[in-house]
Design a protein. Structure first.
Length: 423
């Protein structure tokens, strides 16, 4: 429940602005108390002047706030069309954007609140000075926001943010270091029919699953729970989501253990970071864009995530209780899934592009060196062989084949032969 609330708040744009706006009204109360307790022979401003200044601040700030965020939305929409619509969520999570909205609206509310207290013979001088300071603070925040947006809407900056969120999600979801690969049940092994089928309560994407709660529920009822879909999958009302064997469980309890939302989120779904980076690469390699350098920049961050995943243990589908009894089965991504998600579409759309092929080869060669022996290393070798086979088919001209042959971290920059050192 706490994870669900935390993700809802972190992914929303309103909590910080509302908190700052409420603080502004509280500060206005305190500043008016200071003004009421101060003893002055004569105010520096007449009530009419103070009223004009505060009214100008209030009117200008609300207009300024609407203008700034209309422009920001246009910039974000442009970035989502240029790279991927999944970057919209990154804009909502930006703290400076939320703080800026809070300061702008807070300055408006402060000026409005103080304006209501200006009397015919009394001028809240201290509060008036604070209002002017808040306007100056808004200008500084606005300049910082423009600088932030100008830098963060670049392809490399967006890819960096996705990679950083992906790394944090990997460290949180896959805590154990890599070890022996979990056994995967044989497809041919028949399983008994479920005694109870539970459907999803509403449609959406599975954002997170309370595995501990499901294991505890299964253990207390002496049953085994099988989830038909996992994190990141889309669920449909009426389609089976849970299968219970050995008894029955409250449907409400099972549904409450699954967080179903409108879209996937990186904090609880690390492989979604690979999905976003793959989308950026695919969009860059489309004929209408034709920007392989952006695809290479996204591949740089894909390599960061895959190298981190190579050092982590990916759990199998079985979850056991403290006695070692299987209580929960849930679809879980494999190392092969991560490789295909991060590289499959780029390999497909980047075929015939020298820059992309060289960077893919460098990525796979480096990944081969950090992958543990066994199925993971074999999966990387399979991707490398697939890349070499496609390169032989695509680059029939000897000159083109020679250009695409090196291992290269920049697409057409520093290169080395496989197994060698950088030149």
């Amino acid at each position: 429940m706490r994870q669900r609330v935390r993700e809802s708040l972190s992914g929303s744009i309103w909590p910080i602005p509302v908190a700052i706006a409420l603080c502004a009204t509280y500060v206005a109360d305190l500043s008016l108390l200071v003004d009421n307790s101060a003893v002055e022979d004569a105010p520096d401003f007449s009530p009419a002047t103070a009223t004009a200044i505060l009214a100008a601040i209030a009117g200008a700030m609300i207009t300024f706030t609407g203008f700034v965020f209309s422009v920001l939305l246009l910039v974000v929409q442009f970035a989502s069309g240029q790279f991927t619509p999944r970057v919209l969520r990154l804009a909502y999570r930006d703290r400076l954007t939320q703080v800026a909205l809070g300061i702008f609206t807070g300055t408006f509310l402060f000026a409005l609140y103080v304006l209501a207290e200006v009397g015919t013979d009394e001028v809240p001088t201290f509060s008036l000075g604070l209002a002017v300071l808040f306007v100056l603070a808004s200008v500084i925040v606005f300049i910082s926001l423009v600088n932030r947006v100008a830098h963060r809407m670049r392809a490399t900056a967006i890819a960096d943010r996705v990679a950083h969120e992906g790394l944090r999600a990997i460290s949180r979801v896959y805590r154990e270091p890599v070890g022996e690969e979990p056994a995967r049940p044989a497809d041919a092994a028949p399983r008994p029919l479920a005694d109870q089928l539970v459907t999803a309560g509403r449609f959406g994407v599975i954002r997170a699953v309370n595995e501990r709660g499901l294991i505890a529920t299964a253990r207390s009822h002496g049953v085994e729970i099988e989830m038909r879909l996992g994190v990141g999958d889309f669920v449909t009302p009426g389609a089976p989501l849970f299968g219970v064997r050995g008894g029955t469980v409250s449907e409400k309890r099972l549904r409450h253990a699954v967080d179903v939302r409108g879209e996937r989120a990186i904090p609880s779904d690390p492989l979604f970071a690979l999905r976003v980076l793959a989308d950026i690469s695919s969009k860059a390699l489309s004929p209408g864009v034709n920007d392989p350098t952006t695809a290479v920049h996204a591949l740089d961050r894909v390599q960061v995530l895959l190298v981190e995943l190579a050092s982590r243990r990916l759990p199998g589908p079985e979850r056991r209780d403290g006695d070692g009894v299987v209580r929960l089965r849930i679809p879980s991504p494999t190392w092969e899934d991560a490789l295909e998600l991060g590289l499959g579409e780029v390999h497909h759309y980047g075929r015939g592009n020298v820059q992309v092929v060289r960077r893919l080869r460098a990525l796979l060669v480096d990944l081969l060196e950090v992958s543990p022996d066994g199925p993971r290393r074999e999966a990387v070798l399979a991707h490398l062989e697939r890349l070499e086979r496609a390169a032989r088919e695509d680059f029939t001209d000897p000159t083109d084949a020679a250009e695409a042959a090196p291992v290269d971290w920049q697409g057409l920059g520093l290169a080395r032969a496989p197994g060698g050192s950088r030149d």
